[in-house]
Design a protein around this ligand. Structure first.
Ligand code: 5AD
Ligand code: FES
Length: 353
């Protein structure tokens, strides 16, 4: 599918034609990655962040956030919980928090890799190559780093550089691929200033990067952020602003599945947040094949609000687990067993045996 055709689909509003798009995406998903839905246990282990992202509620300047850091033992205990629930992967996510030094994280990764059979995915923001290499050596399998938007001007507005360090997430993703990580990225849909054409280019960029995993969620306005406060003035003019919200996100998920048939695509928490009843299901029926149940201890969850009203804040790990199983079953799909490596990565013959 060429960029112009992707863009045309992104502008589509006719329900009947959109049904065709959902059906194609669902078939491509079934043909290439099958009916299994893989579950990845998500541990949000620190909400401290050095960055000033204009969209994110956890940005360094937000004094209203009650900051926390989990200890090594707490994090490893969550990994054991993931094993109990039958998950094949644990995702360690945090703000860009340099209080966890290279060796601290290496030790956590090594413990999880020796004490459990889990695949370990890291999602820690922009870190040094020496750190990324050390964590890979310690056994980390995958890294998630969304590039958020492929529009460089918009990216510069929403993601200020650290002093003296231009942020180049695309380059970092390529380097991590060379280090042997399975790489994941993604975008937010409906960022103020993001156009239909931008999202079409984002999807092309997924293909160029040849991603193993792609996370796509609706942008949700957070009142204590620059974007939340200046939304109107940043909105793209002339009817070109991509809407935020469910429908646009499903279109992006479906088109991404068609563009990258073998990628792992989660039905995201942000989708569950905009449609509590059906968001996760509709994501899974329109291209997605992964869900990421939250296994963060309940006492920390309320403090990891990257956007307001985040789903699953009150539930504990067992509740989220049960909820996901029920939803998968109701769709007539199966729960994936094992690590759920990207078939694309396996085909590329890079996966560890
Ligand atoms: N709305 C939606 N998604 C957000 N993220 C951060 N802030 C928001 C927001 N306000 C997403 C970003 C980030 C991921 C961890 O969460 O895409 O990469
Ligand atoms: Fe957490 Fe449904 S997945 S409550």
């Amino acid at each position: 599918m060429e960029r112009a055709e992707i863009e045309q689909w992104l502008r589509e509003t006719d329900d009947k034609r959109l049904k065709t798009l959902w059906d194609i995406a669902d078939k491509v998903r079934n043909d290439h990655v099958g009916s299994a839905v893989y579950l990845r246990g998500l541990v949000e282990f620190s909400n401290n962040c050095a960055r000033q992202c204009a969209y994110c509620g956890l940005h360094a300047g937000n004094r209203k956030v009650n900051r926390y850091r989990m200890t090594e033992d707490e994090i490893v205990a969550c990994a054991h919980k993931a094993v109990e629930f039958g998950y094949g992967t644990v995702v360690l996510q945090s703000g860009e928090d340099r209080a966890y030094k290279r060796d601290d994280l290496s030790s956590i990764i090594r413990r999880i890799k020796t004490e459990t059979p889990l695949a370990v995915t890291l999602s820690l923001g922009e870190r040094e190559d020496a750190e990324l290499l050390a964590w890979r050596e310690a056994g980390a399998d995958r890294y998630l780093l969304r590039f958020e938007t492929s529009n460089p001007d918009l990216y510069a507005i929403i993601h200020p550089n650290l002093a003296g360090k231009p942020s180049d997430r695309l380059a970092m993703l390529r380097r991590m691929r060379d280090m042997g990580y399975e790489i994941g990225s993604g975008i937010m849909v409906g960022i103020p200033g993001q156009t239909y054409a931008d999202i079409a280019r984002d999807i092309e960029t997924f293909r160029e990067l040849d991603l193993d995993m792609i996370g796509i969620g609706p942008y949700l306005s957070h009142p204590d952020t620059m974007l939340g406060q200046r939304r109107e003035e940043l909105t793209a003019p002339g009817g070109e602003q991509a809407p935020s919200g469910e429908l646009m996100t499903y279109k992006a998920v479906a088109l991404t599945r068609i563009a990258l048939p073998e990628a792992n695509i989660p039905s995201t928490t942000a989708l569950a947040t905009v449609n509590r009843a059906k968001g996760r299901e509709l994501g899974l029926r329109r291209g997605a094949n992964i869900m990421m149940p939250n296994i963060t201890p309940v006492k920390y969850r309320k403090d990891y609000q990257i956007y307001p009203g985040k789903a699953c804040i009150m539930e504990d790990a067992a509740a989220c687990h049960g909820c996901m199983l029920m939803r998968i079953e109701a769709l007539g799909r199966t729960v994936g067993s094992g690590r759920g490596d990207s078939p694309h990565y396996k085909n590329a013959n890079l996966a560890p045996a």
